[in-house]
Design a protein around this ligand. Structure first.
Ligand SMILES: [Zn+2]
Length: 202
């Protein structure tokens, strides 16, 4: 049996036989009404460009200082990893671990997974373990919290500005840009990648 011709509703697990659609048409689940697949133009190049840019910006944001703090004539530059290590040494080690996961490791894994599925699809073949990678990508979206972190840093910059001279550095701008890139990537519909993989698999 040719399983590539089947489509499973992500919401209620109903199974359907895939039908060819005209451009702009959408197939919906008759049980729960969820969208199954659609025939829209997929901009793989745009997604791939966003994913590559996000990976570069993530590395820059982590490597460069977030801010410069000047207090009593002493100037210090702080990177994300300084903050995480200081937090780990204080009595709230768990917060440091959660921060490191949600600000660095989850976005890194998320972007790496995007690249893992996008690059081969762009080159015209489906990568091994495509379904697993796609499920991981969907599960991971709520756990990548770069934007929460950026807000937190901005709040502390504003608070510190009352007692010290604070200036934003490359790392903080990097996280700002990263937030925009990840949000833009998240705006693409993952179902369109499933559709592309199904077309290539046929
Ligand atoms: Zn359904």
């Amino acid at each position: 049996m040719d399983t590539t011709a089947l489509v499973i509703c992500e919401h209620c697990d109903s199974v359907y036989r895939r039908m060819p659609l005209h451009h702009g048409q959408t197939a919906c689940c008759t049980q729960c009404g969820a969208v199954l697949y659609s025939n829209r133009s997929l901009d793989l190049d745009a997604m791939l460009a966003l994913a590559v840019a996000a990976m570069i910006v993530l590395l820059i944001a982590n490597a460069y200082p977030l801010m410069q703090v000047e207090l009593g004539g002493i100037t210090r530059e702080t990177t994300l990893w300084n903050i995480i290590l200081i937090t780990f040494d204080s009595k709230v080690g768990l917060i440091a671990v959660v921060s490191a996961l949600s600000i660095f490791f989850f976005p890194l894994l998320q972007i790496a997974l995007y690249l893992y599925v996008l690059l081969p699809l762009r080159l015209g073949h489906v990568p091994p373990a495509f379904a697993g990678a796609m499920h991981a990508l969907r599960q991971m979206q709520p756990w990548s919290m770069v934007e929460v972190f950026v807000l937190g840093v901005l709040v502390s910059v504003v608070k510190l500005a009352g007692v010290a001279t604070v200036s934003a550095e490359t790392g903080l701008w990097g996280f700002g840009v990263l937030t925009l890139l990840i949000t833009a990537l998240g705006g693409f519909d993952l179902r369109e990648l499933w559709d592309r993989a199904a077309e290539l698999g046929e």
